[in-house]
Design a protein around this ligand. Structure first.
Ligand SMILES: Nc1ncnc2c1ncn2[C@@H]1O[C@H](COP(=O)(O)OP(=O)(O)OP(=O)(O)O)[C@@H](O)[C@H]1O
Ligand SMILES: [Mg+2]
Length: 257
C-alpha cells in the first residue's frame, strides 16, 4: 500500500482520569527517520509509543501507522512493527536463545532464517556464548539487548523503542545506534523515547520535546537550537530545566510563543 509517512498522529489526546497523558498531538514520523521523543518523566512518551502500537486507544484523534488506520488494524500490522517496552519484559526462566526462538515463532519467521538472524544479532550485540544461559542470570543490559533483538529480528518497517539504551554500556549503545542507522538507511522508521539529551542528539534525526503531554517543539537539533535562542541558555539548559526541578513556566511559555 502506498503511504507517504511511517506514522501519523492527528489531534490525538489520551486522558487517565484526571491526568492528561497526551494532549491534542499532531506528529508525523517520516519513513527512514529516527525520531526521538524527549521529555521528563510523565510527559507522555510511553503513551505515544503505546498508541502507535495500538496498545492504548486514544480518546480522540486519529492514528495511522504504515498506511493503516489503527481503528482498522489487524494482526498483520503488528508484524510490521517492532516494540521494546520500558522495563524488562523478558521471561526470566527461558534461556536467551529460547526467548529469541519464541519471538521468531510469534513473528512466523522461517526456521532457517530465524537461526541465521539470531546468530547474527547475538554476535553483533556481544551475546555470543551466553545464549544458553537463563535470562535470570543476565545483567540488565543483556536483557535489554535480548529485547532489542526480539524487536528487530522480524525486519519491521517501524521500530518503537521505549528508552532502549538505558541500561546499555557505551559500546553496546553504539552498536545499537549503528544498527538503527543501518535500518534507517533501509527506510525503517524508528520512534524512540529518552530523557537523555545526549542520546537524542547522538542518534535522532529529529527530536520531539514533550512536556506534560504536549508537544513543545519538533525539529532537528539545529532547528531546535535556533528556536530555543533565549537569553543565556541553549537547548541543554532548557532541557535540563524541563527535566529538573527549576521553574519551568517561563521556558514553556517561551517555547510556546
Ligand atoms: N495506565 C495508566 N493509568 C493511569 N495513568 C497513566 C497510565 N499510563 C500513564 N499514565 C499517566 O500518564 C502520564 C504520562 O505517562 P507516560 O508513561 O506516557 O510518561 P513518560 O513520558 O513515558 O514518562 P517516563 O519518562 O517516566 O517513562 C503520567 O502522568 C502517567 O502517570
Ligand atoms: Mg515512559
Amino acid at each position: 500500500m502506498a503511504y507517504s509517512f511511517a506514522a501519523k498522529l492527528t489531534g490525538v489526546s489520551k486522558r487517565y482520569s484526571d491526568v492528561t497523558a497526551v494532549e491534542n498531538l499532531d506528529l508525523e514520523v517520516k519513513k527512514g527517520e529516527i525520531l526521538g521523543l524527549l521529555g521528563p518523566n510523565g510527559s507522555g512518551k510511553s503513551t505515544i509509543l503505546k498508541m502507535l502500537l495500538g496498545l492504548v486507544k486514544p480518546d480522540s484523534g486519529a492514528v495511522n501507522v504504515l498506511g493503516v488506520n489503527l481503528m482498522d488494524a489487524s494482526l498483520a500490522l503488528k508484524k510490521r512493527i517492532g516494540y521494546v517496552p520500558e522495563g524488562s519484559y523478558v521471561y526470566e526462566f527461558l534461556t536467551g536463545l529460547e526467548f529469541l526462538d519464541f519471538a521468531g515463532d510469534v513473528f512466523q519467521i522461517s526456521l532457517e532464517e530465524k537461526k541465521k538472524r539470531i546468530e547474527e544479532f547475538l554476535k553483533a550485540l556481544d551475546l555470543e556464548g551466553r545464549e544458553s544461559d537463563m535470562i535470570s542470570s543476565y545483567s540488565e543490559g543483556m536483557k535489554q539487548k535480548i529485547l532489542i533483538i526480539s524487536a528487530m529480528m522480524h525486519k519491521p518497517e517501524l521500530l518503537l523503542l521505549d528508552e532502549p539504551l538505558n541500561s546499555l554500556d557505551p559500546k553496546s549503545a553504539r552498536i545499537v545506534k549503528n544498527l538503527l542507522r543501518k535500518l534507517a538507511s533501509q527506510n525503517v522508521a524508528t520512534v524512540m523515547s529518552t530523557h537523555v539529551l545526549e542520546i537524542a542528539e547522538a542518534i535522532c534525526d529529529r527530536i520531539a520535546i514533550m512536556y506534560e503531554g504536549r508537544l513543545l517543539a519538533l525539529g532537528t537539533m539545529e532547528e531546535l537550537r535556533q528556536r530555543a535562542k533565549m537569553p543565556n541558555s541553549g537547548l541543554e539548559d532548557i532541557f535540563l530545566e524541563l527535566t529538573g526541578t527549576g521553574d519551568v513556566k517561563p521556558i514553556v511559555e517561551e517555547l510556546l510563543r
